[in-house]
Design a protein around this ligand. Structure first.
Ligand code: SAM
Length: 260
C-alpha cells in the first residue's frame, strides 16, 4: 500500500486537482469539500446514525455501494472491518476515494462497478452500505433485488432522499379491483418520477416517500431492524422463498405448481 506524506500545500493541490468533491473529508489538515451545500457532509449525517452500526467490525466484510469519495468506507475500516470494498460507477469519485484511503493509510479496495453488476463480485458481505444511491437509479427496485440476490449477507444500511408525506398508511394485504381510495392516501407508498430535473441534478430519477422506501426494502427481502435517522434504515437480509422479481420464472413456476 502506498503511504503518502506530502506537505499541506501539496495535499491541497492534489485535493483540488481531484475535485470537485461531494464528500467533505479532512485529509492531513485539508478539507476536501468545505463549501458543501449540505454543510459538513456526510459527517453531519453519519453522526446521527453511527451508533446504530456495530462499533467493532473485526472479522467482518463490508461492501460500500456508491462509495463516492470514500467517507463511509474509511469509517468502516476504522471500525476494524477485515475487508472493505467500495464500488462506484464514477472513475473520478473512485480516484478521490483511493487517494483518501492512501492518505489515511487504510487498506480498502475500490472498484469501478455499477450496482447492477454486483453479481460479478461473486461474494456476500456481512455489511452492505447502500447510501444515497437509490434515487439516482432508473431501476431502483432492480438494484435492491440484485443486492439481495448476490451480495447482502446479513446487515444492509440503506439511505435514500425522501419526499412527500412522512406518515405511513396501514396497507391491507389485498384489495378488490374496485377499491381505489387508498391509492390517494398521502401515506400510501409512492415513488415520485422526475422526468426533468430536481435540484439541478439530471441523475435524480425516482424519489420515494417514507412509506415507499420502507415498502421497497421489505419487498426486496430486507427486514427493517432500525431507523436511527429519518432517511436511514438498518436492515437484515431475509430469505425470500419464491426468489424475487429478478427471477420471475421461479415465481411463475410456483404459480403453475399450485394445486387445482
Ligand atoms: C449522492 S452520492 C452518495 C455517496 C455516498 N454513498 C453517500 O451516501 O454519501 C451517489 C453515488 O452513487 C454513485 N452511483 C450512481 N449510480 C450508480 C450505479 N449505477 N452504480 C454504482 N454507483 C452509482 C455516484 O457515482 C455517487 O458516487
Amino acid at each position: 500500500m502506498t503511504v503518502i506524506e506530502p506537505s499541506r500545500d501539496d495535499l491541497r493541490a492534489r485535493i483540488e486537482a481531484l475535485g470537485p468533491w461531494f464528500h467533505n473529508i479532512e485529509l492531513g489538515g485539508v478539507w476536501t469539500a468545505p463549501d458543501h451545500f449540505l454543510g459538513d457532509y456526510p459527517a453531519v449525517k453519519w453522526r446521527r446514525f453511527e451508533s446504530a452500526i456495530p462499533k467493532d467490525l473485526t472479522g467482518r466484510s463490508v461492501l460500500d455501494i456508491g462509495c463516492n469519495g470514500g467517507f463511509y468506507s474509511l469509517e468502516m475500516k476504522r471500525r476494524g472491518a477485515d475487508r472493505v470494498v467500495g464500488i462506484d460507477f464514477d472513475e473520478d469519485y473512485l480516484a478521490q476515494a483511493r487517494f483518501a484511503a492512501d492518505v489515511e493509510g487504510l487498506d480498502i479496495e475500490f472498484r469501478r462497478l455499477s450496482v447492477y453488476d454486483v453479481g460479478a463480485l461473486g461474494e456476500r458481505f456481512d455489511v452492505v452500505l447502500f447510501m444515497g444511491v437509490l434515487y439516482h437509479l432508473r431501476h431502483p427496485l432492480l438494484a435492491l433485488d440484485l443486492i439481495h440476490e448476490h451480495v447482502a449477507g446479513d446487515l444492509m444500511v440503506f439511505q435514500s432522499m425522501q419526499r412527500g408525506a412522512g406518515q405511513v398508511d396501514v396497507v391491507a394485504e389485498n384489495y378488490p379491483f374496485t377499491d381505489t381510495a387508498h391509492f390517494d392516501g398521502s401515506g400510501y407508498p409512492k415513488l415520485h418520477f422526475i422526468e426533468h430535473r430536481y435540484s439541478d441534478d439530471p441523475t435524480n430519477w425516482w424519489v420515494p416517500n417514507r412509506a415507499c422506501a420502507e415498502a421497497m426494502l421489505r419487498a426486496a427481502g430486507f427486514d427493517i431492524v432500525g431507523h436511527p435517522e429519518e432517511e436511514v434504515y438498518v436492515c437484515r437480509r431475509r430469505e425470500t422463498p419464491l426468489g424475487n422479481a429478478v427471477y420471475p420464472a421461479s415465481i411463475s413456476r410456483h404459480l403453475n405448481d399450485r394445486p387445482e
